[in-house]
Design a protein around this ligand. Structure first.
Ligand code: ASP
Length: 452
């Protein structure tokens, strides 16, 4: 049994939904389908979820909101018309909106319910369309499927008890079409995952039914080994491990919602990323263990927007608790850190810069000066992280040498090197303006020459 999840671009229009139906029809193992809300049809288009957020926002501000509601209805109307479906879903959207706004209760739960209308309506439409094609499909609400989530609007987490109920889906004779992105709390309140969370639903359902495969349909043939906006037509990755995918998505690979890997990873369900527009392409498969392939590096990732906090104090290595007290200050100020490369008398803390406002930075520096009496403390903004990733790195000699040579050839200064303890990645901190050059040089070193 396979679970297939179709993302926003795969369900953006009637034309796309026809492709989706063909894919479902082509393989009788595809018995559970999870869908996103309609996404963008072109670069200028607006995702239905964003239209719904606008609708909720207008309501929250006490403004008229008919225009925002019409924008949502129009998107679904065009799908309905082109697929010759009934107008039932349009009536349901209007009724739902009226009911959600009229009900008592906290505003944040109302906004959650509004946000979920995109997925919910699309799942209803797709199941109706599959029925017209002679497929035995039915819409299945996440509550009936058994998706019980924590009480955290906008960032809900799955509760373990969901899995037992989900397993029963295996017995279903019909093709179940489940809206992604949301579930219900124990008290029956609708809550959503974080944005892009239909991937999470798909992965949870795949784990719940113990699927042989979780297919994640999107609009690319496969995952590329490097960002195609930096390297022209890079090589495709045919297979990689969960660990490698996690490392890559940490630093800029945005193919897949990182959190979505957890349920599939725990249940060891293979995940295949495929293209709705070219379903015959093999795609990229993510597995728990992979056979030896020879190249120590499977992918190169990069991400901008980091900063470092540098602290130096003579004899720091002998001062017990120095690191803890420094990190405590960050914790007190609500700042999460990414890495802490250190020397004998100095320590750098690498952070995502967007959480450190100028004001907060001043507070942190003052506290460090006052509480830790360092010789020197300063911050540096405009940093980027570049990572090379591959599980086979641990058994290849000279990988770091090849990488540093590439930085040299690109004329990029390395400010920090960090090899994760598991030896799955090697991370370099550099100035943001060198990222493109560095990534291109690394690609050349690991994928164009000398690949063994
Ligand atoms: N529709 C939701 C969003 O845009 C969830 C998803 O598409 O996965 O974030």
């Amino acid at each position: 049994m396979k679970v297939a999840k179709f993302g926003g671009s795969s369900v953006a229009s009637a034309e796309q939904l026809k492709k989706v139906a063909r894919i479902i029809k082509d393989d009788s193992e595809r018995r559970v389908i999870v869908v996103s809300a309609p996404g963008k049809r072109s670069a200028e288009d607006i995702k239905v979820t964003d239209l719904l957020i606008n609708l909720g926002e207008a309501y929250r501000l006490g403004n008229p909101h008919q225009k925002e509601l019409n924008a949502v209805l129009t998107r679904f109307e065009s799908i309905i018309k082109d697929l010759n479906l009934s107008n039932q879903v349009l009536t349901e959207i209007q009724d739902d909106v009226t009911k959600i706004f009229a009900d008592g209760g906290a505003i944040e739960f109302k906004l959650e319910a509004i946000k979920a209308i995109g997925e919910d309506s699309l799942a209803k439409l797709l199941s109706e369309y599959l029925l017209t094609l002679g497929l035995n499909a039915r819409y299945l609400n996440p509550k009936d499927a058994g998706l019980i989530l924590s009480d955290q609007p906008g960032s809900a987490q799955i509760l373990d008890e969901s899995f037992e109920q989900l397993y029963k889906l295996r017995e279903s004779k019909e093709i179940a079409v489940i809206p992604g992105f949301f579930g219900y709390t124990k008290k029956g309140k609708l809550v959503t995952f974080s944005r892009g969370g239909s991937d999470i639903t798909g992965s949870i359902v795949a784990a719940g039914v113990e699927a042989e495969l979780y297919e994640n349909f999107t609009d690319v043939d496969s995952v590329y080994c490097v960002n195609p906006n930096i390297v022209d037509q890079p090589k495709e990755i045919t297979s990689l491990t969960y660990k490698e995918m996690r490392e890559l998505s940490y630093a800029g690979f945005s193919v897949f919602h990182a959190e979505a890997l957890i349920p599939a990873f725990k249940a060891k369900i293979p995940v295949c990323i495929k293209n709705t527009n070219n379903p015959n392409a093999l795609g990229t498969i993510i597995v728990s263990e992979k056979e030896v392939r020879g190249n120590p590096v499977v992918g190169i990732a990069s991400d901008k927007g980091f900063m470092s906090l540098y602290v130096s104090k003579y004899l720091m290595n002998r001062e017990i608790g120095f690191g803890r007290r420094l990190l405590n200050i960050l914790e007190d100020e609500g700042i999460s850190y990414e890495h802490t490369p250190s020397g004998i008398d100095d320590l750098s803390v690498i952070l995502r810069a967007d959480q450190m406002t100028e004001e907060k930075e001043q507070i942190v520096i003052n506290r460090i000066e006052h509480e830790l009496s360092p010789d020197l403390v300063y911050t540096e903004r405009g940093l980027a992280l570049v990572m090379i990733v591959g599980e086979e790195m641990h058994c290849h000699i000279g990988t770091a040498a090849r990488a540093t040579r590439a930085f040299e050839e690109a004329n990029v200064n390395i400010e920090m090197i960090n090899q994760g303890s598991s030896e799955v990645s090697l991370m370099f901190g550099i100035k943001e303006d060198g990222v493109e050059r560095a990534v291109q040089a690394l690609y050349h070193a690991f994928f164009e020459i000398n690949t063994i």
